[in-house]
Design a protein around this ligand. Structure first.
Ligand SMILES: [Zn+2]
Length: 370
């Protein structure tokens, strides 16, 4: 996982807004310079003690920027402590900005001196891909942005955590136009529960037990075994085919149920785990068992994608990194959090069904898999 920063250009600002932002930028630069001086004198600053015409959250960013300049200098990372000028970027933390979808277009909203401003952006592939993940709903996935100016053009530098790039545009050409604030549905696939679906905001969920599949697999296996002794090769093959047909039917129905669950929400987006995790979680299994277990999941995912496409519901693959060990409440990740089907956070004590906790994490994950 890496943090990537992408640059979004704001549509041409009105003269009034441009002047307001220029004023804030110079105020921010002055504020950082002022803080550098006071911190060097040994003062411990808080936004209340810094008298500049800026929101206190922006003043806090100025203090942070000043501290960084001093520590970079002290650590030898910078030759001097610079004097900040009007070209400095204004930092805005994650609680004070988000993306907004209005009339089919993307906007960025952020805090300024004159209240929260919602401004249209010049739409690009990056914006299309990432803005759905930066709405007010997914606060914890936004980082600190920087408002930058080049001449009279304004830009916002937005950090986002990605494992690899996923071209939403390419995958979902048909739905691109209707992209709104998505409702994210996490789907955890496994053996104990074949599928656990969750929409964390409403708390709606659905669990599909793995018992039936487990039972049928054992049934077919024992049939094959009893025949194996009689070396009835043809009959074994016949059973094998019967089993695949059964599995295929089962997966078709399950894919339909999963997509039906998603359809009850406005603008659903289904998030699935990339498959390799399912194989690694079943450590006790032999290699052949693992391969037997992985193909039905692959098929199930294909069916989900096909079915979802009929309703223009995008399906994205999420990097399964630590989704099962991370606490959905406090985000603390530790192996010991999970024991079989129970999840209990070692840090905050949050207890939940392990697969449901994983489905919730998948639903809010912004770490897209390749
Ligand atoms: Zn916790």
């Amino acid at each position: 996982m890496a943090t990537q920063t992408f640059l979004v250009k704001l549509k041409k600002l009105t003269k009034k807004k441009h002047q307001q932002f220029c004023y804030e930028q110079s105020e921010f630069a002055d504020c950082v310079n002022h803080c550098v001086e006071r911190i060097q004198k040994g003062e411990k600053l808080s936004s209340k003690e810094v008298r500049f015409n800026l929101k206190s959250t922006i003043k806090n960013e100025a203090i942070r920027r000043a501290k960084k300049a001093i520590s970079d200098y002290r650590k030898g990372l910078a030759k001097t402590i610079p004097t900040f000028r009007n070209s400095i970027g204004i930092k805005i933390n994650n609680q004070n900005w988000n993306s907004v979808r209005k009339n089919g277009k993307w906007y960025i909203a952020f805090t300024t001196n004159k209240g929260k401003k919602t401004l249209p952006i010049v739409e690009t592939a990056d914006g299309q891909m990432y803005f759905p993940f930066l709405t007010p709903k997914n606060r914890e996935f936004r980082g600190t942005i920087e408002l930058l100016r080049k001449g009279t053009d304004w830009y916002v530098a937005i950090p986002i955590q990605v494992s690899s790039e996923l071209d939403l545009e390419e995958k979902h050409k048909g739905v691109k136009e209707s992209m709104q604030d998505y409702t994210f549905i996490g789907v955890d696939l496994g053996l104990r529960h074949i599928a656990v679906l969750s929409e964390p905001l409403s708390g709606k969920r659905q669990l599909f037990s793995g018992k039936e599949v487990g039972y049928m697999r054992r049934h077919f296996r024992s049939l094959r075994r009893s025949l194996g002794k009689k070396k009835a090769q043809r009959a074994i093959e016949r059973i094998g085919k019967k089993e695949s047909r059964w599995m295929k039917d089962y997966n078709r129905k399950l894919a339909k149920d999963i997509v039906d669950f998603a359809r009850q929400f406005d603008h659903p987006m289904i998030k699935l785990e990339r498959l390799d995790d399912i194989r690694t979680t079943c450590r006790s299994m032999t290699k052949t068992e693992k391969s037997i277990h992985s193909w039905p999941f692959y098929q199930l995912k294909q069916f989900i994608k096909e079915r979802a496409a009929k309703f223009n519901i995008p399906v994205v693959d999420i990097n399964p990194f630590k989704t099962s060990q991370t606490c959905f409440d406090c985000k603390h990740a530790e192996k010991g959090n999970r024991s079989q089907e129970k999840f209990k956070c070692k840090k905050c004590g949050h207890a939940s069904h392990a697969d449901l906790n994983a489905a919730n994490n998948i639903a809010v994950s912004t770490t897209l898999a390749a």
